[in-house]
Write a protein that binds this ligand. Structure first.
Ligand code: SF4
Ligand code: FE
Length: 483
């Protein structure tokens, strides 16, 4: 039975021997670390909801390889219906966790590789697709979390990989052996890296012939010798080390990113899905990115939480009937549902690729992600407007509970009569968490830069739009004949 329970997932992480550093020290017990644990809880939700009958249709799918029921995060999309369910699954999980639940990158890497390995074999007579499908079956049957690792540090942006002063600024092959290759380099901003069983590496951009040593894709167990994880900081992260939990805002869930170092790591041939086929590096980047831009359906779900929190604070403050407040809530919903339209549209307008995998409409996926770089900021602005300045001037939970100051905090921070001061503080802390704290990494900055920064989508939009056709019709309608 391929589906793991959340407990089985957490137990499987305990068995990994990851080399993780945070605040300059090795993290001895990754699973129990209070800063990492909320992010693991968020991934565990992808297992938990898959067990619940009401979410079975969204969270699980029938494997096209084995016919077994698998978690949708390990599934290869077999129809536009599958793609639509993927978008809805992202919103669902965002709305249940209020943060980044991390598992989409692996799903998007698997789907992109299912197409690229097939197309590569057709052109180069290679055997990558068979290899990949064997790997996919292993991932599906063991219900694994894969970290899709694309972003290289990149060094001097004006130079190609082989021109960099330090050749390791892009991950590369440094030695070829009989049984595999040795790789060196790093992948930055890796979402959910230390909650993953596997890490799937892909090139970060289109490579040319001179950079063929950098045109690599492979998968490794996350605790492979030579891989080191350095945890990224998040705003307000050390609040998770405090005794009380209230100031965290979101008591259960969070996300994380890490810098992943590959220091002369061995990769066996059967785990390599691209080796120097630089002519397919661009396709892999583009197809992974388009899938991942669709995945930003997650932010619609997080937006649901923020809208719910904003309505709640309006009510706690006694301001919910003010016409401008009502209108601002409508604006938040309008923006959020517009985002939902984009991730549904790019899915339902998807199509079948030669490999059999269904691929999103790339133009609409890029438009969706471009909207994601803007609307969550506008939604967050309104949330902060309605929440008021107290959100950032609130005393700490300790002051709240102190014998000396508690009575004043309780008295002067009270809103409406029938609402406890504590509840008012809790909802304000959640809005703070979503717009300024640890979850703001996922809701805002990741909306900006995740799956590629805004300009990357604009380039894709310009490539996908048929501008000549638009001109042709415009000219025809007003009688321009340039023949
Ligand atoms: Fe998934 Fe969204 Fe997190 Fe990216 S930001 S991994 S799409 S939840
Ligand atoms: Fe992301």
């Amino acid at each position: 039975m391929p589906l793991k329970t959340p407990e089985e997932y957490i137990n499987s992480l305990k068995k990994l021997n990851l080399v993780v550093y945070m605040f300059g020290k090795r993290v001895e017990n990754v699973v129990e670390n209070p800063i990492i644990k909320p992010s693991m809880n968020a991934v565990a939700m992808t297992y938990k909801l898959a067990q619940q009958p009401e979410y079975e249709d969204l969270m699980t799918a029938k494997s096209h390889l084995t016919g077994h029921k698998v978690n949708r995060f390990t599934h290869i999309h077999q129809s536009t219906g599958d793609l639509v369910k993927k978008s809805k699954m992202g919103r669902l999980l965002g709305s249940q966790t209020g943060c980044c639940f991390q598992r989409c990158v692996g799903m998007d890497a698997l789907n992109a590789l299912s197409m690229v390995t097939y197309d590569m074999d057709k052109k180069h007579n290679t055997q990558y697709n068979k290899r990949f499908l064997t790997y996919l079956e292993y991932v599906q049957e063991n219900d694994l979390v894969c970290d899709g690792a694309m972003t290289d540090p990149k060094g001097d942006r004006s130079l190609a990989p082989h021109q960099q002063e330090d050749p390791d600024m892009f991950l590369r092959v440094v030695e070829e052996k009989k049984d595999g290759i040795i790789v060196r380099g790093a992948k930055a901003h890796q979402t959910g890296a230390v909650n993953s069983h596997e890490i799937i590496v892909m090139p970060t951009m289109t490579m040319r012939e001179a950079d063929k040593d950098y045109a690599l894709s492979f998968a490794l167990p996350s605790d492979t010798k030579g891989i080191t994880y350095i945890m990224g900081r998040q705003s307000c992260d050390t609040r998770k080390l405090e005794e009380g939990k209230m100031d965290q805002g979101n008591l259960m869930f969070g996300g994380h990113e890490a810098l992943v170092i590959f220091e002369d790591v061995f990769v066996p041939w059967d785990r390599i899905f691209m080796y120097k086929e630089y002519d397919f590096s661009g396709q892999l980047v583009e197809q992974f990115a388009s899938y991942h831009r669709q995945s930003y359906a997650c932010k619609v779900g997080v937006g649901d939480v923020l809208i719910g929190a904003t309505q709640t604070i309006a009510e706690y403050n006694g301001a919910e009937k003010a016409s401008h407040v009502k209108d601002k809530i409508i604006e938040m919903n309008h923006l959020n549902e517009t985002l939902f339209c984009g991730c549904i549209a790019c899915a339902s307008e998807g199509h079948k690729e030669p490999s059999g995998t269904f691929y999103v409409n790339a133009l609409l996926a890029n438009v969706h992600k471009q909207n994601i770089t803007r609307f969550p900021y506008q939604i967050a602005r309104i949330a902060q407007d309605i929440a008021g300045g107290l959100m950032v001037t609130l005393p700490s939970e300790q002051d709240f509970k102190s014998e000396l100051t508690g009575k004043w905090v309780q008295k002067y921070l009270k809103g409406k009569k029938d609402v406890s001061t504590e509840n008012r503080v809790r909802i304000l802390r959640l809005i703070e968490n979503l717009t300024l704290g640890t979850a703001a990494v996922g809701y805002l900055t990741e909306s900006m830069h995740g799956a590629g920064s805004p300009q990357a989508q604009r380039i894709m939009i310009s490539r996908q739009v048929n501008i000549k056709e638009k001109q042709k019709v415009a000219k025809k309608l007003c009688g321009i004949d340039e023949k």
